[in-house]
Ligand binder design. Structure first.
Ligand code: BT5
Length: 281
């Protein structure tokens, strides 16, 4: 079973949440999902849960298979960016999904995951976070969670997607590297107390499964409506860096496909399908 906790006299038998076992057995016990997280591959340390999940998926791992790590040495953000992944405090997980649909719909799955993450954070924090299109979850304008979706597909159909989710749980401000201190936060910093990673990840898997099933059954509209409930940038001026252009305008929301809608100064309406959003003063 591999409990890695010892009640040590040096610690005065005080039970810190970070001392509680975090492993596949604990996550799997009492997990109420029907497929997400039913099979888990757990690592104390790994390069990136997304990389490992992609390897499992290429070898035929089933939908719902999840990779979880206590720490990552090469945690990834989008576009080659880094995801800070220290041990003992946060959640780093990647879930394999195999939706039977064309690749053009994959961004909607990122938004579906964002709703599941936001809903889970709401349950533990008692107040809702904010979503920043396309893949950030913020509290008080600071990033608490990020989602990295990677896909393997043919021209017309998805073979699998890997949804990588990083949530800052019990990380304290002083654990954050200098460059993140002003732009990142954690549940512990915001809630003022530690939260069990086991509880949280079980709830996250349950919410992810619920929203993914809803998306497959009822389409994107219910996800879009839920996502809009966490979107507070409406009407605010933003700058979007796309691959080959930078545009500015008022953020209006997302359309029925999940693209960000902007109104430029002259009134021109633009659809943005990928890029990084920055708030303008
Ligand atoms: C993301 O990228 O936000 C996606 C992050 C996904 C991480 C998960 S962890 C499990 C799975 N396995 C992986 O290897 N990745 C996924 P992006 O939008 O590109 O944001 C990256 C930026 O967020 C960085 O450039 C930093 O500014 C900031 N950042 C890095 N680490 C952070 C952290 N722990 N908390 C908050 N912000 C962070």
């Amino acid at each position: 079973m591999g409990y890695d906790i010892e009640a040590s006299p040096a610690k005065g038998y005080r039970l810190n949440l970070e001392d509680l076992p975090f492993n596949a057995f604990e996550i799997g016990s009492n997990l109420k999902t029907s497929f997400i997280g039913k099979d888990i591959s757990f690592y104390k340390e790994i390069d990136s849960t997304n990389e490992t999940a992609k390897e499992f998926a290429s070898k035929g791992a089933k939908e719902g298979f999840a990779v979880v790590a206590d720490s990552q040495t090469k945690g990834k953000g989008r576009l080659g960016r880094r995801w800070d992944s220290p041990a003992g405090v946060n959640i780093y997980t990647s879930i394999i999904l195999c939706p039977d649909m064309p690749p053009v719909f994959a961004p909607q799955i990122t938004l579906t995951a964002a709703v599941a993450v936001a809903e889970t954070i709401t349950e533990y924090l008692g107040r809702p976070p904010e979503v920043k299109w396309p893949n950030d979850i913020l509290i008080n304008s600071k990033k608490i969670a990020g989602i990295l979706t990677e896909m393997n597909s043919e021209m017309d159909r998805i073979n699998f997607v890997v949804i990588g989710i990083g949530v800052n749980m019990n990380m304290s401000k002083k654990m954050l590297p200098d460059e993140l201190r002003l732009i990142a936060t954690s549940l512990k910093e915001e809630a003022g107390e530690e939260i069990s990673r086991i509880d949280f990840i079980q709830t996250l898997y349950l919410n992810m499964e619920k929203w993914y099933k809803k998306y497959l059954k009822d389409g994107f509209e219910p996800v879009r409506n839920a996502w809009k409930g966490y979107f507070r940038m409406e009407g605010k001026m933003v700058k979007v860096k796309e691959m080959d252009r930078v545009i500015e305008g008022a953020a209006l929301g997302i359309d029925e496909d999940g693209a960000l809608i902007l109104r430029e100064k002259g009134g021109n309406i633009l659809r943005v399908t990928s890029g990084d959003v920055e708030m303008r003063p």
